[in-house]
Every structure is written in structure tokens, then in C-alpha cells.
Design a binder for this molecule. Structure first.
Ligand SMILES: Nc1ncnc2c1ncn2[C@@H]1O[C@H](COP(=O)(O)OP(=O)(O)OP(=O)(O)O)[C@@H](O)[C@H]1O
Length: 465
């Protein structure tokens, strides 16, 4: 279940990646939103940098707070290289693919898959920044980062890329400044303006994150074929990122043939690597505020799914925020546990929002089993029985087992449950068997927020298990 963390101002994050000791002269001036990290990759010390301010109103006093640099535990922050753990091989492969762009040549396209929180975006943005900083004199490299969950139509993609690259006055053949609006032009005009903007650069690295959320892969083909089709002279390198392992295999054949890539699949982290990642950010907090249990516990919670560094980072930050909010001097185990609870509830609320009531009833059935049955895994038929009892108890329509299976598939895809096939022995046949991946009480709390389920309580669930 992706946590949907906002990664706004992504170009700003890319700008913040350190040059790792290299000449930090970016050939491309990108517009810097307020409060962006400085050019050395150091985050702005916006929250609690020790500066003392005097405020006349006695209602408002300056607290010391838990954080000294909260930006460093924001999911989108791109740290310098020595804080990036266990990704040297991927960094090296991606840099080989981008190498020629540094000298004005054509970069290779890259497709990256891997589970959520395995560092795909971070590594892509970090290496891109290094390439931009390293570019030889007079070579102009443009770079953009696009979250396709926010810009998913062809026009949105083209206009967002164009806007991010259109940071200084670029003139067309009639000496007019090229403007890239959000809407209001025919599609071919959007493309024409993008090509005019790209012509301004020798090469461009375009990162398309969550690329599987594009409404159509046509834009991928157009960008990949742009030079060959004489649309632009700019050498384009696309880094396309997806959580879906088969996404690139399933592209339509025309796109696939234009978009030939170096494929990379990012491995999940183990608990030790997650701890190392967190230790690399502990200076986000003031000296001495983190108790010894915090990092191991955050790492243990994130390792429960698959070693998700995104989850770890959010948990780390939220635990600090909770401690901060209650005016505590330290972050302790209890803050991590409360943060885990808060985040899990938020994620479930997001997941269940807008899903049919049937999904909620199905979630209750597996929660009942998880709370009260002895077995970890429950076969589909038993779950369906529990689901039917629940829908009958609250006088709700009951769907057939085929649709119920679809709902279980959706829960599996969203990592609410894990499904495996079991062999029930002679005559028993093979069955899908499911295990809840989350705290059943959390699910219960969220489902109960829907008034239709109010009459079911935790204790009453026992009879459905
Ligand atoms: N190897 C690493 N070293 C240091 N920090 C890391 C590492 N990998 C991930 N992180 C941090 O974990 C968080 C999530 O990483 P990132 O967004 O790159 O993951 P992702 O694989 O792109 O996830 P998603 O598929 O959900 O977008 C970020 O804050 C990132 O800085």
C-alpha cells in the first residue's frame, strides 16, 4: 500500500543533491522555490536551528524542540552520497548510462523496478544531479523529475516537463518567448513548444516516477523517438521508475521498440541497512534526544513488510513530531509505537476511502480471523463464510465468491494481505490462503468509522471467526 507521501517541489530536491566534492556549477538554472536547500546539498535550517528570536507576546515562546534539521527526514530530501546505504552498484550502473550526457552525447534510457521504499527515486535523482554538476564546459544538461501520479495525462506530462525546463527566456523562430501553459492548446502545440524548449539543451535527463500511472504510454514513445524523428536536437535520457515488476515487459510493442532501456530491479533492504539509513539521518534531531530504542524499533517496524525505507523515514519523522508536539525532551519507544499506529491508520483510511462497502466487510472478515483464529493463513472459502456472516449481521448485500476473490486480489495488490497457494492433501485440492499484513485492531478502528459497521464491535467479531 503506497503511502502516497507528497513529493512536491521535486526539482528542488534534485537541486539539493550534493556534488560530492565535485565542481558544483550547475549549467542549468532551475527556479528555486523559497526555503530550498542550498547548492551544497545542505538542507535549510528552517525548523529549530538554534537561532534565538525574541517575540513580544508572552503567549508565544520559542521552544528548543526535538529537531535541528527536520528537512533531512523528509522523504523527498536527497542526501549526499555518504548517506546513501548499499546502493553503490545501482549508482554505478545509472551513472554509466548517463555518462555520455556529461560530454554532450546521448544518455541511455533506464527502467527501474522495485518495491516501494527501495531507494529508486533517491538514487535516480542523486546520480542525475551528479551528472548535471559534472557536465563539461558549455554543455547544457536539462533535468526534470515528474511524479506521474500527479501528472498522468500526456498533456500534463509534456507541459510539466516543459515548465520545469523553461526556466529562462527561450525564444522561438519568430523571436517570441516560448511559454508552456498548463492547458488550452492542442496536443501537437504542446509538443512543439516542448521541442523548442528542449532544443535549448544539449541533453536532458527526464525522470518519470510511478510511470505505470500514466494514462497512456504514448508520451514515452514520443520522448524516446524525439531525436530520431528530428523533433529536437536535444539528446534525451529517460529514467522510468515503477513499483510494478512487469510494467516494462507489458508496454505496447511500438513503445517498447522505441524505448530500449537498461533494466534495473532494486532489492529490498534488510533491517540492518534500514538502521544504517536512519543513523545517517540522526542529525535531523537535536543531540541526545533520540533514545537508544528508537532506531532499532523503527527499523523493525519497516522490516515487517519488506524493508521499506520510505516507511522507515516517515515513521522516524512522525515519532519526532509526536514527541515535539507533546513537549517531550526525548523521542522514545512509545513515540515510535504511537507514530506507527497513526501512520497505519492514515494508510488504511486512504486505502479504504472510496472503496466499496464490500471491501470494508472483507477487511473485517480477515481481521476477525486474524484476531480469533489459531491459523496465520485462512483459505478463501473460510474467509468468504466469515464475510457472509458479517454482511448478514448488518443487513448488507452479499457479493458472490467470484467478486469476493477479486476483492482479495485487490487487497493483495495493495499489500493488505499476503496470499499463497496451499495444497490440502489428497482430495482436498489446492486453495489460496491469506494472511493479514497489518494490525487487525487498526483495521477495525478505521472500518468502524463507517456508520454502517458501528453495530459490530471487536468482541462481536469473535463469532464470525
Ligand atoms: N539507500 C538509501 N540510503 C539512504 N536513504 C535511503 C536509501 N534508500 C531510500 N532512502 C530514503 O528512503 C526514502 C524512500 O526512498 P525512495 O523514495 O527513493 O524509494 P522508492 O523506491 O522510490 O519508493 P517508491 O516506490 O515508494 O516511490 C527516502 O527518504 C530516501 O531518501
Amino acid at each position: 500500500m503506497s503511502d502516497g507521501t507528497s513529493t512536491s517541489d521535486e526539482s528542488r530536491d534534485l537541486e539539493s543533491a550534493s556534488s560530492d566534492g565535485q565542481d558544483d556549477r550547475s549549467r542549468v538554472q532551475t527556479s528555486e522555490p523559497k526555503g530550498s536547500p542550498d547548492e551544497n546539498g545542505k538542507p535549510p535550517s528552517s525548523d529549530g536551528d538554534g537561532t534565538q528570536f525574541k517575540v513580544d507576546d508572552p503567549l508565544f515562546s520559542q521552544r528548543k524542540g526535538i529537531f535541528q534539521n527536520k528537512e533531512m527526514v523528509r522523504v523527498g530530501w536527497v542526501p549526499d552520497g555518504d548517506r546513501i546505504v548499499g546502493r553503490d552498484d545501482y549508482i554505478s550502473t545509472i551513472s554509466s548510462c548517463l555518462n555520455d550526457a556529461v560530454y554532450g552525447g546521448a544518455p541511455n534510457h533506464i527502467s527501474i523496478t522495485g518495491k516501494t521504499g527501495t531507494g529508486k527515486s533517491l538514487v535516480s535523482r542523486y546520480v542525475t544531479r551528479r551528472a548535471v554538476n559534472a557536465s563539461v564546459e558549455d554543455i547544457r544538461i536539462g533535468h526534470t523529475y515528474l511524479d506521474c501520479s500527479k501528472s498522468s495525462t500526456e498533456v500534463q506530462v509534456i507541459s510539466t516537463i516543459g515548465q520545469q525546463l523553461n526556466d529562462e527566456d527561450i525564444y522561438d523562430e519568430d523571436e517570441d518567448i516560448v511559454k508552456m501553459p498548463d492547458t488550452g492548446l492542442p496536443k501537437d502545440k504542446f509538443y512543439k513548444r516542448l521541442w523548442q524548449i528542449l532544443d535549448h539543451y544539449d541533453s536532458a535527463i527526464i525522470i518519470l516516477d510511478e510511470v505505470d500511472l500514466l494514462k497512456s504510454d504514448h508520451v514515452l514513445m514520443s520522448l524516446a523517438k524525439a531525436v530520431e524523428s528530428n523533433d529536437t536536437s536535444c539528446q534525451i535520457g529517460i529514467i522510468a521508475i515503477s513499483n510494478q515488476i512487469n510494467f516494462f515487459d507489458e508496454l505496447n510493442p511500438r513503445t517498447k521498440s522505441a524505448f530500449q532501456t537498461q533494466e534495473l530491479n532494486f532489492d529490498p533492504y534488510n533491517a540492518n541497512q534500514i538502521q544504517e539509513i536512519l543513523r545517517g539521518r540522526d542529525d535531523a534531531f537535536r543531540d541526545g534526544v533520540l533514545t537508544d530504542d528508537v532506531i532499532p524499533l523503527v527499523a523493525a517496524f519497516s522490516a515487517q513488510e519488506h524493508g521499506d525505507a520510505r516507511k522507515a523515514m516517515r515513521l522516524f519523522r512522525t515519532a519526532g513530531e509526536l514527541a515535539d508536539r507533546e513537549g517531550s525532551d526525548v523521542v522514545g519507544e512509545d513515540h515510535v509505537r504511537s507514530a506507527q499506529d497513526t501512520l497505519e491508520k492514515d494508510r488504511f483510511r486512504d486505502f479504504l476511502q472510496g472503496t466499496p462497502t464490500q471491501m470494508k466487510a472483507a477487511c473485517l472478515s480477515i481481521s476477525a480471523k486474524s484476531l480469533y483464529s489459531r491459523d496465520d493463513y485462512v483459505i478463501t472459502g473460510e474467509l468468504y463464510d466469515a464475510y457472509q456472516q458479517i454482511t448478514n449481521a448488518i443487513d448488507m448485500d452479499t457479493i458472490g465468491i467470484r467478486r469476493f476473490r477479486d476483492i482479495l486480489d485487490e487487497m493483495q495488490l495493495s499489500q493488505v494481505i499476503e496470499t499463497k497457494e496451499v495444497n490440502m492433501g489428497k482430495g482436498g485440492g489446492r486453495h489460496n490462503s491469506h494472511r493479514l499484513l497489518h494490525n487487525p485492531e487498526t483495521i477495525l478502528d478505521i472500518v468502524m468509522e463507517d456508520t454502517r459497521f458501528r453495530e459490530i464491535s471487536k468482541s462481536s467479531l469473535k463469532r464470525f471467526a
